[in-house]
Design a protein around this ligand. Structure first.
Ligand SMILES: Nc1ncnc2c1ncn2[C@@H]1O[C@H](COP(=O)(O)OP(=O)(O)OP(=O)(O)O)[C@@H](O)[C@H]1O
Ligand SMILES: [Mg+2]
Length: 356
């Protein structure tokens, strides 16, 4: 759901302000340390109740202030978020909400920044989280299945750690197995889709990089998870941890049989990241029809002019609301002045730039 207006107070270094956004494209410029990432972060916190920079929301409170306030008008609802050092209160249309997942579903948001390279170079958890974000929004049952799996895993790990009631392991093996079947199937199906969409729609961005994307299940290919859990029981008791299951899944990304992280340049990696984001956004758009808010921090760095233009062109054809920050204030030639809004940030003060 697109955000039409944001009011903020005492968020990071940003001075109290109200901003009216474009439904499609918002460009944010400013020097290093001016507050560009902070503005993107404020949008993220409002939509998601969480920052992409810190797990401690209180770090976003402006130094010397007692809390921050965010208020956003979306197409069909309003969200208010008040954070003090000790607590956070989130209201949708004036009513307090208690589960963050209720907020997250209302306004899907995702971010592309320097950390996104971890999709390629980082640990499997980063890739699982990327795919899970998509599944959360396209498969209504996914959140419940995931919660059930986490519960079973926690119970099994508790037995392994305490080594008490080990006779219950069989019960939790079966429970874990049942909740993992659906998760694994969904991840497998959507990884194949991800691969196909990238190939079909975003090859130009990949400039001839042959990219193979595949699902790697977190247990032996030839066996069922139930068998694997039984086989690894002794080892798991020794380590106190469940060593197989969907919490060990990964998405493999290779180019000419080599891991992409080992061979691609920074710019090529960024192109791959952006193609992956475009593909999942397309899936979310197609499945739930809701406008996704996408924040891209420092789009232009590491991308040549041709890639920048391609990215603007591809995103322009999607049902998303974009917030793109850059140090330079160049706008690719293909974009007309009426198609975006531009904001300039200077020492925490954000000013809309008017081109008309
Ligand atoms: N809680 C806070 N209170 C006040 N200022 C803060 C807080 N957290 C960070 N800052 C400061 O806010 C400023 C803006 O940071 P931000 O990361 O938004 O800059 P930026 O415009 O994205 O810079 P760059 O181009 O280097 O990425 C920095 O000087 C930072 O030190
Ligand atoms: Mg920044």
């Amino acid at each position: 759901m697109a955000i039409s207006q944001l009011s903020l107070t005492d968020f990071r270094n940003l001075k109290s302000t109200t901003l009216d956004f474009d439904r499609r494209l918002n460009l944010i410029t400013g020097d290093n340390g001016s507050g560009k990432t902070s503005l993107l972060e404020a949008v993220h916190v409002l939509c998601q109740g969480q920052s992409f920079r810190t797990a401690q929301l209180k770090e976003c409170i402006r130094h010397d202030a007692s809390g921050f306030l965010l208020f956003g008008r979306f197409e069909r609802f309003k969200i208010g978020l008040a954070k003090s050092v000790r607590k956070v209160e989130i209201r949708v249309d004036g009513k307090v909400i208690h589960r963050r997942s209720d907020l997250v579903r209302k306004s899907p948001v995702n971010v592309v920044n320097a950390d996104s390279f971890e999709l390629i170079n980082g640990a499997p958890a980063r890739r699982r989280a990327f795919l899970d974000w998509c599944l959360f929004h396209v498969e209504p049952s996914y959140a419940n299945d995931w919660r059930r799996y986490q519960h079973s895993l926690k119970q099994r790990n508790r037995l392994l750690k305490t080594r008490k009631d080990l006779n219950l392991l069989e019960y939790w093996d079966r429970d874990l197995f049942e909740s993992s079947v659906k998760l694994g199937d969904m991840r497998r199906i959507y990884t194949i889709r991800l691969h196909d969409i990238v190939q079909e729609h975003y090859r130009e961005l990949l400039t001839g990089i042959p990219l193979e994307i595949g699902y790697q299940q977190g247990w032996e290919e030839q066996e069922t998870l139930l068998q694997c859990l039984a086989n690894s029981r002794e080892r798991d008791i020794r380590s106190g941890y469940t060593g197989v299951g969907v919490h060990r899944d990964d998405i493999s990304m290779t180019t000419s049989n080599r891991k992409v992280g080992e061979v691609l340049s920074r710019g090529q990696s960024k192109r791959v990241c952006l193609a992956l984001f475009m593909a999942v956004l397309k899936m979310v758009n197609d499945a739930c029809g809701s406008t996704v808010v996408l924040l891209i921090d420092d789009l232009h760095s590491e991308l040549d002019k041709k890639a920048q233009e391609l990215v603007y062109r591809e995103f322009a054809g999607m049902k998303i609301q974009l917030f793109i920050s850059n140090i330079d204030n160049s706008v690719p030639a293909g974009i007309g002045a009426k198609e975006y809004k531009m904001f300039h940030v200077e020492h925490g003060i954000i000013k809309p730039r008017n081109f008309s």
